[in-house]
Design a protein around this ligand. Structure first.
Ligand code: FES
Length: 87
């Protein structure tokens, strides 16, 4: 089995991750810093705390809906769309 068996499609670009890797760390490693837009200001948002309390890392995952990226341990292929205004 490949060291990085899971394909994570982010806005149509593919990345590969090992089982259990944090989605939040994958985003940081690949310098993807716009996860959503604020509903009022339309400013880009990215996680602050990294431990599930700020909700700034919410991101849309197909078939799962809105999730906090810092709380997602990758254990399957994922299809993600960033920049979605969902507040
Ligand atoms: S980074 Fe704060 S909830 Fe995810």
């Amino acid at each position: 089995m490949s060291e990085n068996p899971f394909k994570i499609s982010i806005d149509g670009k593919d990345f590969y991750a090992p089982n259990g890797k944090s989605l939040f760390s994958l985003l940081i490693e690949n310098e993807i810093f716009e996860l959503k837009k604020n509903a009022v200001s339309n400013q880009s948002r990215f996680g602050i705390c990294g431990m599930g309390t700020c909700f700034e890392c919410e991101i849309y995952i197909k078939n799962l809906g809105i999730r906090r990226a810092c709380m997602v341990a990758i254990d399957a292929d994922l299809e993600i769309q960033t920049g979605v205004n969902h507040e």
